[in-house]
Design a protein around this ligand. Structure first.
Ligand SMILES: Cc1ncc(C[n+]2csc(CCOP(=O)(O)OP(=O)(O)O)c2C)c(N)n1
Ligand SMILES: CC(=O)[C@@H](O)[C@H](O)COP(=O)(O)O
Ligand SMILES: [Mg+2]
Length: 640
C-alpha cells in the first residue's frame, strides 16, 4: 500500500470557500497537492484519470475566481470531475469512486450542491449552463452558467445547437473549451484541425497582449461590423472566428496549466459586462503523471494501478473481449466483401472498430462524438449499396434514436447496428447502462433485433448481419468478455427469427435472450435437482419472435419464464403479447417475465448489479417456484 501523498495546503481546503481564503500565490502548491491526491486515489479505485489530470489547475482556478455553487459549474461528460469532487467536500469519499454506495464517477446532482447538473453523456454542458444562466437572469438572481467542455465533446452537434442559442444569456454564460487535442482516441474532423491551427498559429497569449485584446474585444463588441472587418484585417483571427460568428467573445488560446494566466483571464471575464464568452484553454491530458502523459490513450480509463510504476492491475488472459470478437470477425468477413464498412462515434477501441480498421483502414470511419450523424451517414452508405456496421454502445445509441427510426427503419435501409455494452455495465453506473435497446428497437417495424448469448453467437450474428440486406438489423452483446467458448472458424448464417433449444425438459421452459443464458442453464440445473424438468431455449431474436418455438413450448410446459438483460418492453412483453393474442394464456399456463428493474441502478460490481436486478440463477428458480405455488385461481399458496 503506497503511502498517501503529503498535502498540507490541500488539508486546509474542504470547500471552495476555504480555497478562496488562500493567496493566489498558493494555488500552484495547492494544484500540485491536488494532482498528487487524485493520482493516489485513482490508483486505488481505477477510473477516468487522464482527463482529470488535465484540469487540475483549471478546476482550482474556476472555484477560486467564481462564486460556486451560486455560479453553476457544469462539467461536460463529467469524467474529469475528480479534482472538482476533492475540492467540493468529497475528498473523504474520493476512494469510494465508482463503487457500490460510493461516489459516482461523473457529476451527479444528488451528490452535491456543487454538481448542479449530472453528466456522463457528452456535449450537454453548454445547453445546461445556458439553462441555469437564463433561469437566474429571468428570476433576477445572481449566478452564472459556466460550462467546461472538451475538444472531443465539441464534435457533437448539440454543442452548436446550444452556442447558436446562447447570445440571449449575455455575460451570464461562460464556456471554457478544454482543448487537450484528445478525445478517447486522437480527435477527428475539421473542428479538431481548426483548433489545432488556432493553437499553433499563435503563441499562448501573453498576459499583456491578452489583457489588451480582452479590453478591446469585450468593450468593442458593439461596433460589430467595423470591428469584424478590422479583426479579420488585423489577422486577429486565431480560432475565434467560428465562435465569434456564433455570437461569442473568443478569448485564447491560453495555457490551461499556467495559473498566472488563468486567474487574471477568469477574473476579467467574470467582471466583464459583455458575453457570452468562450475561453479557449489548452491543456495536456494526463498532465503531471508520466505514465499517463506517455501513454497513447493518456490513461483515459484505467484499472487500479501502482502509483510508482503506473502499471495497471488488469486481469491477464481469459476469454476475448466481446468488442474484439466483433471487430476481428468483421475484419475477416470484410476480406471477402468490399461493401462492408464500420462506423464508430469516437469509440474505436471500445467498440472493436480499431481491430477492423487495422485490416481495412479505408473502410473504417470515426465520426467523432456524433452518433446522430453516424447513423444517418450509415443510412446513406446503405442506400448506395454498402454494408455499413454502425458500432455504437447501447446507451450512446439512444442519442440517435430518431435517426434510427426516421432515416433507417422507415426507409428499411440495411444498416447493421453492433450494439456493445448492452445491459448492466458496472462502474459507469446508470448513465452508461445499456438497458433500453431491446425495447426501443424491437418496437420498430422492419427492424431485426438479435442478442448474443456468448462470443461464438456474436461471431455468427456478425456474419448473419453482414449477409442480411432486407432491412435494418441489430445485434447486442454485453460489456466485457465472453464465456471462453470456442469461436468456430466457419461462421453460421442464422435463420432470421429462429431460436434454439439448448436443454430439453418437460415441465418448466426458460426462454433466455442474450448473455443471461449461463444463469438460465444454472437455474435449470437447480430446478432439475428439485424434480422440475426444465427446458432452456436461447431465443436469439427479440424480433422477429420465433413464434413456432414459443407456441410449442407453451403448449407442452406448465411454466414459461422469459429472461433478458433489458428493461420492460423487450422480449417478455413481445412474448406475452403473442401468447395473449393467440389465446395461449387462456389455458392456465403460468407465464412470468424477468428483466431489468424499473429503476436506474447506480454503479456497483457487476455481480452485485445482477443480484440487485434479480437476474441470477437463484432468482430465476424462485420465480419458477413462486409461479408453481399459484393455484388455478391465480392465488399464491404459502411456501411448503
Ligand atoms: C454521447 C457520448 N458519446 C460517447 C461518449 C464516450 N466518451 C466519453 S469521454 C469521450 C471523449 C471526450 O473527449 P473530450 O471532450 O475532449 O474530453 P477529454 O477526455 O479530452 O478531457 C468520449 C467519446 C460519451 N460520454 N457520450
Ligand atoms: C466517460 C465515458 O463515457 C467513456 O470513457 C466510458 O466510460 C467508456 O466505457 P467502457 O469502459 O465500457 O468502454
Ligand atoms: Mg479532449
Amino acid at each position: 500500500m503506497s503511502e498517501r501523498p503529503k498535502t498540507p495546503l490541500l488539508d486546509t481546503v474542504d470547500t471552495p470557500a476555504d480555497l478562496r481564503k488562500l493567496d493566489k500565490s498558493q494555488l500552484r502548491q495547492l494544484s500540485d497537492e491536488l494532482r498528487a491526491e487524485m493520482i493516489d486515489a485513482v490508483g486505488t479505485t481505477g477510473g477516468h484519470l487522464g482527463s482529470g489530470l488535465g484540469v487540475v489547475e483549471l478546476t482550482a482556478a474556476i472555484h477560486y475566481v467564481f462564486d460556486t455553487p451560486t455560479d453553476k459549474l457544469v462539467w461536460d461528460v463529467g469524467h474529469q470531475c475528480y479534482p472538482h469532487k476533492i475540492l467540493t467536500g468529497r475528498r473523504d469519499r474520493i476512494r469510494t469512486l465508482r463503487q457500490g454506495g460510493g461516489l459516482s464517477g461523473f457529476t451527479k446532482r444528488a451528490e452535491s450542491e456543487y454538481d448542479p447538473f449530472g453528466a456522463a453523456h457528452s456535449s450537454t454542458s453548454i445547453s445546461a449552463a445556458l439553462g441555469f444562466a437564463m433561469a437566474n437572469k429571468m428570476q433576477d438572481r445572481p449566478g452564472r452558467g459556466i460550462a467546461v467542455i472538451g475538444d472531443g465533446a465539441m464534435s457533437a452537434g448539440m454543442a452548436y445547437e446550444a452556442m447558436n442559442n446562447a447570445e440571449q444569456a449575455g455575460n451570464r454564460l461562460i464556456v471554457i473549451l478544454n482543448d487537450n487535442d484528445m478525445s478517447i482516441a486522437p480527435p477527428v474532423g475539421g473542428l479538431s484541425a481548426y483548433l489545432a491551427r488556432t493553437v499553433s498559429s499563435s503563441e499562448y497569449l501573453g498576459l499583456r497582449s491578452l489583457a489588451s485584446r480582452l479590453s478591446k474585444k469585450l468593450s468593442r463588441k458593439v461596433h460589430d461590423g467595423l470591428e469584424k472587418a478590422e479583426e479579420y484585417a488585423r489577422g486577429m483571427v486565431t480560432g475565434g472566428t467560428l465562435f465569434e460568428e456564433l455570437g461569442f467573445y473568443y478569448v485564447g488560446p491560453i495555457d490551461g496549466h499556467n495559473l498566472d494566466h488563468l486567474i487574471p483571464v477568469l477574473e476579467n471575464v467574470r467582471d466583464s459586462e459583455q458575453g457570452p464568452v468562450l475561453i479557449h484553454v489548452v491543456t495536456k491530458k494526463g498532465k503531471g503523471y508520466a505514465p499517463a502523459e506517455n501513454s497513447a490513450d493518456k490513461y483515459h480509463g484505467v484499472a487500479k494501478f501502482d502509483v510508482v510504476t503506473g502499471e495497471q492491475k488488469k486481469s491477464k488472459g481469459g476469454p476475448p473481449a466481446y468488442q474484439n470478437v466483433f471487430g476481428e470477425t468483421l475484419a475477416k468477413i470484410a476480406n471477402d466483401d468490399p461493401r462492408i464498412c464500420a462506423i464508430t462515434a469516437a469509440m474505436p477501441s471500445g467498440t472493436g472498430v480499431d481491430k477492423f480498421a487495422q485490416a481495412h483502414p479505408d473502410k473504417a470511419f470515426d465520426v467523432g462524438i456524433a452518433e446522430q450523424h453516424g447513423v444517418t451517414f450509415a443510412a446513406g452508405l446503405a442506400a448506395e449499396g454498402m454494408r455499413p456496421f454502425a458500432a455504437i454502445y447501447s446507451t450512446f445509441l439512444q442519442r440517435a434514436y430518431d435517426q434510427v427510426v426516421h432515416d433507417v427503419a422507415i426507409q428499411n435501409l440495411p444498416v447493421r447496428f453492433a450494439i456493445d455494452r448492452a445491459g448492466l455495465v458496472g462502474a459507469d453506473g446508470c448513465t452508461h447502462a445499456g438497458s433500453f435497446d431491446i425495447t426501443y428497437l424491437a418496437t420498430l417495424p422492419n427492424m431485426v433485433v438479435m442478442a448474443a448469448a456468448d462470443e461464438a453467437e456474436l461471431a455468427h450474428m456478425t456474419y448473419t448481419a453482414a449477409e442480411y440486406d432486407d432491412g435494418p438489423i441489430a445485434f447486442r452483446y454485453p460489456r466485457g468478455s465472453g464465456t471462453g467458448v470456442a469461436i468456430p472458424e466457419k461462421l453460421e448464417k442464422l435463420e432470421i427469427g429462429k431460436g434454439r433449444i439448448v436443454r430439453e425438459g418437460t415441465k418448466v421452459a426458460i426462454l433466455s435472450l442474450g448473455a443471461r443464458l449461463e444463469e438460465a442453464k444454472k437455474a435449470a440445473d437447480q430446478l432439475e435437482a428439485k424434480g422440475l424438468s426444465t427446458t432452456v431455449a436461447d431465443m436469439r431474436f427479440a424480433k422477429p419472435l420465433d413464434t413456432d418455438l414459443i407456441e410449442k413450448l407453451m403448449r407442452s410446459h406448465e411454466v414459461v419464464v422469459t429472461v433478458e438483460e433489458g428493461a420492460i418492453g423487450g422480449l417478455g412483453a413481445h412474448v406475452l403479447t403473442f401468447a395473449s393474442d393467440e389465446g395461449l394464456t387462456d389455458t392456465g399456463l403460468k407465464v412470468r417475465t424477468m428483466r431489468l428493474p424499473d429503476v436506474f441502478q447506480d454503479q456497483d460490481d457487476p455481480a452485485k448489479q445482477y443480484d440487485e436486478a434479480g437476474l441470477n440463477a437463484p432468482q430465476i428458480v424462485d420465480k419458477v417456484l413462486s409461479a408453481l405455488r399459484h393455484n388455478s385461481t391465480g392465488v399464491e399458496e404459502a411456501r411448503a
